[in-house]
Design a binder for this molecule. Structure first.
Ligand code: ASP
Length: 294
């Protein structure tokens, strides 16, 4: 399973010799139509540490700026015999559409406010390594759930893994009929954090907002920002997570974010590389029982 495989890669990444030749001869292309720091860099590192050739396509420097459509871009890349295409796109569903037009494996690096599956995997790995399990834990996902692909992917994966998921946020930032996703909903952060094992904060996604969703940053922080006062309601050993990039002082207090005992935010970044190595391995590595490759 991917999380077990990723566990092995954590050790490889901490050792002096970080490189394997498992994906020698394979080509991975990062095609990002939206900004990214962690996801793009970690896919690049993951591919290189497995010995693949990795190319980062700058959409701002590509023919997309000249009006080439998403599908034409995909067909062009497809003709170059790639093995894996990692795509991030501002529109929900765009990555799936593209995956239907190419022959190589496609990984969703985040599509609009829809899904960000490798983020959910790295979050699950981070929690499992700290808590020893996922099943039976209570995880509160807090803040701008409405615009968050991270939240959606985490809800699916955490439910599958047997965790209990709570969504905490103002009514304006929670999707309607969200209870159907198998979660508990709270509009009061103090009630939502009571006795949870994990507090997962989300960024206020200004770039996806059309209209006013919160009265002011100050008021938002007062009611929904994570500070030590609200954290005190969670279990004493509850951990803090955030997918990044953080808006310090908006959804999370700076001291809480940097708390070395309780914040797993740096571990999340580390696990991101290992999880993406596992995904590339699973999709482009040698088939079991095939010779060569290693
Ligand atoms: N980096 C994550 C994403 O791309 C979370 C965020 O941007 O807030 O969805």
């Amino acid at each position: 399973m991917l999380l077990d495989m990723a566990d092995g890669y954590v050790e490889q990444n901490r050792s002096l010799d970080k490189r394997k030749n498992l994906l020698r001869g394979r080509t991975v292309v990062n095609l990002f139509f939206e900004n990214s720091t962690r996801t793009r860099t970690s896919f690049e590192l993951a591919g290189k540490r497995l010995g693949a050739d990795v190319i980062n396509m700058q959409v701002s420097a590509s023919s997309v700026q000249k009006g080439e459509t998403l599908i034409d871009t995909a067909m062009t890349l497809n003709a170059m015999h790639l093995d894996v295409l990692v795509v991030r796109h501002p529109d929900s569903g765009a990555v799936k559409l593209l995956s239907e037009k190419v022959n190589c494996a496609v990984i969703n690096g985040g599509d609009g406010s829809h899904e960000h599956p490798t983020q959910a995997l790295l979050d699950a790995l981070t929690i499992r390594r700290r808590k020893g399990r996922l099943s039976g834990l209570t995880v509160a996902i807090c803040g701008d759930v409405l615009h968050s692909r991270v939240a959606r992917s985490n809800i699916h994966l955490l439910n599958v893994m047997g965790a209990r998921v709570r969504l905490v946020g103002p009514r304006t930032l929670l999707p309607s009929q969200v209870e159907r996703m198998g979660v508990e909903v709270f509009h009061d952060m103090r009630a939502g954090l009571e006795d949870v094992d994990v507090v997962m904060m989300l960024r206020i996604q200004n770039e996806r907002m059309r209209g006013n969703f919160i009265p002011s940053i100050r008021e938002y922080f007062h009611f929904f920002g994570l500070d030590y006062d609200k954290l005190a309601l969670a279990k004493p050993d509850a951990v803090i997570m955030h997918p990044g990039p953080m808006n310090r002082g908006v959804e999370i207090d700076s001291d809480v974010a940097d708390d070395v005992e309780r914040s797993l935010i740096r571990e999340q970044v580390e696990m991101g590389v290992a999880v993406r190595m596992a995904c590339l391995h699973a999709l482009a590595g040698p088939l079991p029982n095939a010779d060569g490759g290693a």
